[in-house]
Write a protein that binds this ligand. Structure first.
Ligand code: RB5
Length: 162
């Protein structure tokens, strides 16, 4: 898959269903191809079921990016970051959205539907999708994430400061 493809998988639980619909409509209106894994109404569900779907799609490279929403964003972050190759960032301000892309190459954006207002949420989404990864020393740091799956301690430090 082309990492720059305008394709995004999105999922939420009931607590953020309303915001998911708003974000989804915005994405479609702005030319994104959206895979909505649910939930599809406000009946109570378990957020891991939907977090696993989106994180799985991103982890396997089926989608380059994902967006997850729950009440606080915390539960979805915890679930998503258990998946290999997933770097999920919970962002409730524009600076976090910007830096999670520039420095962390976040591939899943997480939002709390009970935390942010609709207008701020859409600005966070826009900023996150439009911001590129800076690479360089930041890539070297991300490479160290693989030490975790290899069972290494990752303590040696060879990257430049800054
Ligand atoms: C659901 O009540 C709530 O716990 C969930 O949306 C989320 O905030 C969990 O982290």
């Amino acid at each position: 898959m082309n990492a720059n493809a305008k394709q995004v998988a999105i999922g939420s639980d009931h607590a953020a269903f309303r915001l998911k619909q708003i974000v989804k409509d915005w994405l479609i209106a702005n030319g994104w191809q959206v895979e909505d894994v649910g939930t599809y109404d406000e009946r109570s569900v378990d957020y891991p079921d939907f977090g696993m779907k989106v994180a799985g799609l991103v982890s396997r490279g089926v989608f380059p990016k994902g967006i997850l929403l729950c009440g606080t964003g915390l539960g979805m972050s915890m679930v998503a970051n258990r998946f290999e190759h997933v770097r999920a960032a919970l962002c409730h301000d524009l600076f976090a959205a910007l830096m999670s892309r520039r420095h962390n190459d976040a591939n899943i954006l997480v939002l709390g539907g009970r935390v942010v207002g609709d207008v701020l949420a859409l600005e966070i989404v826009r900023t996150w999708l439009e911001t590129g990864f800076e690479g360089g020393r930041h890539q070297a740091r991300l490479d160290k994430f693989d030490c975790i799956s290899r069972g290494e301690d990752g303590k040696s430090s060879t990257v430049e400061q800054g």
